[in-house]
Write a protein that binds this ligand. Structure first.
Ligand code: GTP
Ligand code: SPV
Ligand code: MN
Length: 606
């Protein structure tokens, strides 16, 4: 059976005939009861939704309170991405790099052959053609996901442009990325299905050289919606490296000043570190506005004009629910009015959803994400910390036109940010593109519930791409350097931000959320050349009152601590960066080693 998973064989078939052949091969291996092609038609979506409701996979919410919305409860052991089960199978181990799990491609193909053998028995194999970006768009790409999960089909229908329009692009000769997904829970004759079938054994597998994806055993998020992290980041980053563009874990916004000046900003923050929040920011500074272009993934390409152009390849948001409330992200609360799939949130007695942070007081008589009765005294959260909503971007009140038109925007600034309780100040501007790449490459962040692992543990997460880079991370840095060389003066400015610094009492020093507009104002001022900055050893920081902090009620000590660059802390940080670089077997670009040396120089001598 392993032949079914051999590298794309030479075939005379082209266009959708080529897709058909591949579907036949995978169906022969996985042996579903039936095969259904997803067209994107609303009637078909309704029918699949009804099936999912009948099987218990989706719980319909009260149609008055939350029209056309559903709750999915995952299996308790399938709640987040599984980085330890995510593999990059390049021919050479060194091309995957030390930050990825590598497996020999031939061995992995044999293993996958065994795993997928009969894995869809008793189920329907759905064929889901989709485009990332609008069909036919200059930066757009086509993929086809095969899946036995109706939940994945419905979610992909929100997150991507799904259906016949993608097949038309394939017929027009565009290359397409194949992805095979199975929850790995075949049904025996007459066996009753469970609401969330999955397998203890999970494999999220990428062949970057042949641009193929296989995912087995999980139904959750990035493990199962293969257009997202698997295609739009891991495979796309490899394609981008070869073709001269970048696929990044970034939000994308248009910031508009009171004078109507427009600035396009992309920001890389690790998972559950505030991308969705910043993407939908409602500025507290009068006159400023933010339009939402994307909240998770951006594809960036140097244009003929020497600027870096960006699109959000997705069509929806798969956002973290907890912490999303009327005070922190009112735009998100508004966009979730209906047509939303919620996963692992709590259910109210009147058929609506709830999660920690949606309101101060939980409603009475809640059912938690596992289906158990829950009260405030339960001692555990009602919604899983990585519970999420899946909703069309078009429903966001601050959505930008480009989300529909697919047009690219020219970037003015790029932000790197992590969750750092100490050391990293609120905002720093890079001294140059190379210094900015150094900032991105050396980012650390505390772990969150978005993946398995210990929450709060500090780890390096270069470019917020640690779990998502499809090739050697050090080569990714080299690629960024070369993109910068091509851009020259047209390159966006690079900044480092940290909303998460904590004071002695353990609380956040910075109010965050809408108040982050103050930092954006300074950044826009730097782009314009109007905002004052002074040099610090780690980069340029706001000078005097260039960063407007009026009306926040922050005392002088808090402000000083927020902006403090401690030489001792940063020398320790530099020491750790040296150790981190040593893990890359001499593959770290010389320019970045030089940046580390000059950082140390500046820390010691000024
Ligand atoms: P992924 O979808 O996992 O890639 O993550 P994301 O970066 O889009 O995460 P999101 O914006 O949903 O961030 C979730 C967490 O960050 C929530 O707990 C928020 O409350 C918190 N958060 C976002 N912005 C801020 C901020 O400015 N300050 C503080 N303190 N917390 C914030
Ligand atoms: C992340 O973990 O960065 C996410 C959620 O955006 S998932 O799609 O599950 O990867
Ligand atoms: Mn993400």
């Amino acid at each position: 059976m392993s032949t079914a998973l051999s590298e794309a064989e030479t075939t005379s078939a082209r266009g959708r005939a080529e897709v058909e052949r591949w579907v036949e091969r995978i169906a022969a291996l996985t042996r579903p009861d039936r095969v259904e092609w997803v067209t994107g038609a609303p009637e078909q979506r309704r029918a699949i939704t009804e099936l999912a409701v009948a099987s218990g996979a989706l719980i319909p919410l009260d149609s008055e309170r939350r029209p056309d919305s559903y709750l999915a409860r995952s299996s308790p052991d399938d709640v987040a991405r599984v980085e330890s089960r995510t593999f990059i199978c390049s021919e050479e181990e060194s091309d995957a790099g030390p930050s990825n799990n590598w497996r020999d491609p031939a061995t992995m193909r044999r293993q996958l052959g065994g795993l997928f053998d009969g894995s869809m028995r008793g189920r329907t194999l759905y064929v889901v053609p989709y485009t990332m970006g609008v069909p036919g768009g200059e930066l757009s790409r086509v993929g086809v996901q095969l899946t036995d999960s109706p939940y994945a089909v419905l979610s992909m229908g929100i997150m991507t442009r799904t259906g016949s329009s993608a097949l038309e692009r394939i017929d027009a000769g565009e290359p397409w990325v194949p992805a095979v997904h199975s929850v790995g829970a075949p049904l025996a004759e007459g066996e009753q299905d469970t609401p969330w079938p999955c397998n203890e054994e999970k494999y999220i597998v990428h062949f970057p050289e042949t641009r193929e994806i296989f995912s087995f055993g999980s139904g959750y998020g990035g493990n199962a919606l293969l257009a997202k992290k698997c295609f739009a980041l891991r495979i796309a980053s490899s394609i981008g490296r070869d073709e001269g563009w970048l696929a990044e874990h970034m939000l994308l916004i248009r910031l508009i000043s009171p004078e109507g000046k427009r600035f396009h900003v992309a920001a890389a923050f690790p998972s559950a570190c505030g991308k969705t929040n910043l993407a939908m920011l409602q500025p507290t500074l009068p006159g400023w506005r933010v339009e939402t272009l994307g909240d998770d993934i951006a594809w960036l390409k140097p244009g003929a004009d020497g600027r870096l152009w960006a699109i959000n390849p997705e069509a929806g948001f798969f956002g973290v629910a907890p912490g999303t409330g009327p005070d922190t992200n009112p735009a998100a609360v508004e966009m979730l009015w209906g047509n939303t799939i919620f996963t692992n949130v709590a259910l109210t007695a009147d058929g609506d959803v709830w999660w920690e942070g949606l309101s101060d007081e939980p409603p009475s008589a809640l059912t938690d994400w596992t289906g158990q009765p829950w009260s405030r005294d339960s001692g555990w959260p009602a919604a899983h910390p990585n519970s999420r909503f899946t909703v069309a971007a078009a429903q966001c009140p601050s959505v930008a036109d480009e989300v529909v038109s697919g047009a690219a925007v020219p970037l003015d600034a790029i932000l790197f940010g992590g969750r750092r309780a100490d050391t990293v100040p609120l905002v720093t501007e890079a001294r140059s593109w190379a210094h900015g790449v150094f900032m991105g490459a050396t980012m650390s962040s505390q772990r969150t519930a978005a993946a398995e692992g210990t929450v709060g543990e500090l780890r390096r997460d270069p470019f917020a791409m640690l779990p998502f880079c499809g090739y050697n991370m050090a080569d990714h840095w080299g690629h960024w350097l070369s993109v910068g060389e091509r851009l020259g003066d047209g390159a966006p400015r690079i900044f480092q931000v940290n909303w998460f610094r904590r004071g002695e009492d353990g609380g956040f020093l910075w109010p965050g959320f809408g108040e982050n507009s103050r930092v954006l104002e300074w950044i826009a001022g730097r782009v314009e050349g109007t905002a004052a900055a002074q040099d610090s050893p780690i980069g340029r920081v706001p000078d005097g009152d260039a960063l407007r902090l009026d009306g926040l009620g922050l005392d002088e000590r808090t402000v000083a601590e927020l902006l403090r660059v401690d030489r001792g802390d940063w020398l320790v940080e530099a020491e750790r960066t040296e150790e981190f670089f040593e893990g890359f077997d001499g593959r770290v670009p010389r320019v970045l080693v030089d940046e580390l040396d000059s950082l140390r120089e500046r820390l010691r001598h000024r």
